[in-house]
Design a protein around this ligand. Structure first.
Ligand code: GRG
Length: 322
């Protein structure tokens, strides 16, 4: 089938994210190289690179320029996302053996190294994001183009703000918090079993999934110098995308193709898990993905900056099969 203009733009954006990530991979050296190898195994095992792509497109829409500072954060968010998948696949959590069409990290390297690879990725994400500080205070290579102290300070403030959003959304009041409630709802050994009502499912979706998508887009906006009001609108837009993305994930667990997805399907039903689909039914779930996504695209239209590709990306996620 012939590729559309959007397909080509998506390939380009994904490839750009891929190259940026490749530049930030930790070197596999030293006595501890096994854990670094496990980290890089998971980071290079494929994946849509959705979060770094969303970050960069939001950055550009809000008028951001340059690759150095945003690049550190694009790599960092993919590392955080990947660590969450590595830990989620562990025997103590979902006990999955395949992800992104490959063996999961623990299944290749063992449980202990799987845990450490996840820990390593989370920590290295912040080591990578912190490298942005260096680019805040650097003059450009051209000596005639020195950067004023005021501009350097402004860049530092943005990096600090971006770091605090990234840390918060990935933490106990974001992704980790959502995962903890999800684990409790599944009644894992030692965890209190809580019935999965609508409020609880929304809490899990908002935190486990939407929070990191919010971080991606908010960091892009912050680093581009967007106003507080604009950052707030991006947070709402990303909330919708995140919830729609997770509902679609629940839908694909029922109707998706495991080969296309690169992981097992039917796990929610097998674990008797209450999901958005079991709660609202397949038809309503699909309709909600569509309306949340269209509302998110509408929020983007309030921005003057170029966002055609970003908008199409969100609309395309409604129909994603993987
Ligand atoms: C272990 C703290 C901790 C959190 C785990 C990410 C996660 C939270 C669990 C994985 C299972 C799951 C259904 C998460 C919801 C978010 C989601 C759909 C992740 C998959 O993201 P994609 O589709 O993955 O962007 P790729 O492989 O394309 O990067």
């Amino acid at each position: 089938m012939e590729k559309t203009y959007f397909d080509r733009k998506l390939e380009e954006a994904t490839e750009a994210a891929e190259q940026i990530l490749a530049r930030h991979l930790p070197e596999e050296t030293g006595r501890q190289r096994k854990v670094i190898e496990a980290m890089n195994y998971s980071l290079t095992a494929g994946g849509k690179r959705l979060r770094p792509v969303l970050m960069r497109e939001t950055f550009r829409m809000c008028g951001g320029a340059g690759e150095d500072i945003i690049g550190c954060f694009m790599a960092a968010i993919e590392m955080i996302h990947t660590y969450s998948l590595v830990h989620d696949d562990l025997p103590a959590m979902d006990n999955d053996r395949y992800r992104r069409g490959k063996k999961t990290t623990w299944y290749v390297y063992g449980d202990a190294m799987g845990i450490l690879a996840g820990d390593g990725l989370l920590n290295y994400a912040f080591e990578t994001a912190l490298k942005a500080v260096k680019y805040c205070v650097e003059d450009s290579g051209d000596a005639s183009e020195t950067v004023s102290d005021t501009e350097k300070l402004r860049r530092m403030q943005r990096v600090w703000h971006a770091l605090s959003v990234l840390a918060g959304k990935a933490g106990i009041h974001g992704m980790i918090g959502g995962q903890a409630v999800d684990i409790m709802a599944e009644g894992h050994a030692g965890a209190e079993e809580v019935p999965g009502d609508a409020q609880q499912i929304m809490f899990i979706h908002e935190n486990k999934t939407a929070a990191l998508i919010q971080a991606a887009m908010m960091v892009g906006a912050i680093l581009a110098g967007a106003s507080e009001e604009q950052i707030g609108r991006i947070e709402k837009c990303a909330y919708n995308i995140g919830i729609a993305f997770q509902i679609q994930d629940d839908i694909l667990d029922v109707v998706g193709d495991s080969e296309e997805l690169g992981k097992a399907t039917g796990s929610d039903a097998m674990n008797h898990k209450q999901t958005y689909v079991t709660l609202k039914g397949m038809e309503q779930a699909g309709a909600d993905v569509e309306s949340l996504s269209r509302e998110a695209a509408g929020i983007l239209d309030e921005f003057e900056g170029e966002h055609e590709f970003l908008k199409n990306l969100i609309i395309n996620l409604i129909y994603r099969r993987k």
